[in-house]
Design a protein around this ligand. Structure first.
Ligand SMILES: CC(C)(COP(=O)(O)OP(=O)(O)OC[C@H]1O[C@@H](n2cnc3c(N)ncnc32)[C@H](O)[C@@H]1OP(=O)(O)O)[C@@H](O)C(=O)NCCC(=O)NCCS
Length: 166
């Protein structure tokens, strides 16, 4: 894999927000607002301290956001969107953003991160499929795409219920 050496990674700052939203619009299109994960994000704002921006030549080239939620009666984070600008794909930005997000979450005392995404991309990063019916999103979602990362051993056991605000 090519390594991009001139990418800089920063916690998301207010001046990144417009470019981050434009990136997500470009990647997912206007249909993204009907996605179940997006409904959660409309309900609860993301936490910029747990969200990261990749900058290449000073421009936003990638982003990951994390949103504090509750699943049933337990705290968790929801990760997403993860997006990398088409011109910078395949250079490791996505994986680096995912690692930064997990490290920041662990340091903040969080115990689990959930997301909706492709198993082929996220399982090599430590994400595990959640059992059917365990995590209830506020909208339809293919349960096979609900994945979670335990930040503490055993933290996914019994993690179930409706996603709500904290
Ligand atoms: C998915 C995405 C964030 C990956 O970012 P990236 O910086 O290109 O990823 P990395 O460079 O860290 O990793 C690239 C590797 O992931 C693989 N990959 C990318 N998307 C994948 C997917 N959906 N499923 C499986 N593997 C995937 C690439 O083939 C590549 O494999 P290789 O290292 O063996 O060549 C980026 O492709 C993107 O923005 N896609 C559009 C938005 C999206 O789908 N976001 C994820 C929502 S589930």
């Amino acid at each position: 894999m090519l390594q991009l050496t001139h990418a800089r990674y920063l916690p998301e700052a207010p001046e990144h927000a417009a470019a981050v939203i434009a990136l997500a619009d470009e990647a997912f299109g206007p249909g993204r607002f009907v996605r179940a994960a997006e409904r959660v994000r409309e309900m609860v704002p993301h936490d910029p301290r747990l969200s990261f921006t990749a900058l290449v030549d000073g421009s936003v080239a990638g982003s990951v956001r994390q949103t504090p939620i509750r699943i049933g009666d337990r705290h968790a984070l929801m990760l997403g969107p993860l997006v990398v600008k088409p011109a910078h794909k395949g250079l490791g930005l996505g994986r680096t953003l995912m690692r930064l997000a997990a490290d920041a979450a662990r340091n903040a005392g969080e115990t689990a991160i959930v997301l909706v995404g492709d198993r082929a991309y996220y399982m090599p990063l430590g994400y595990e499929p959640m059992p059917q019916g365990s995590v209830e999103f506020p909208g339809p979602v293919d349960w096979r795409r609900i994945l979670a990362l335990p930040l503490v051993a055993g933290s996914l056991e019994g993690l179930s219920g409706r996603i709500t605000d904290r």
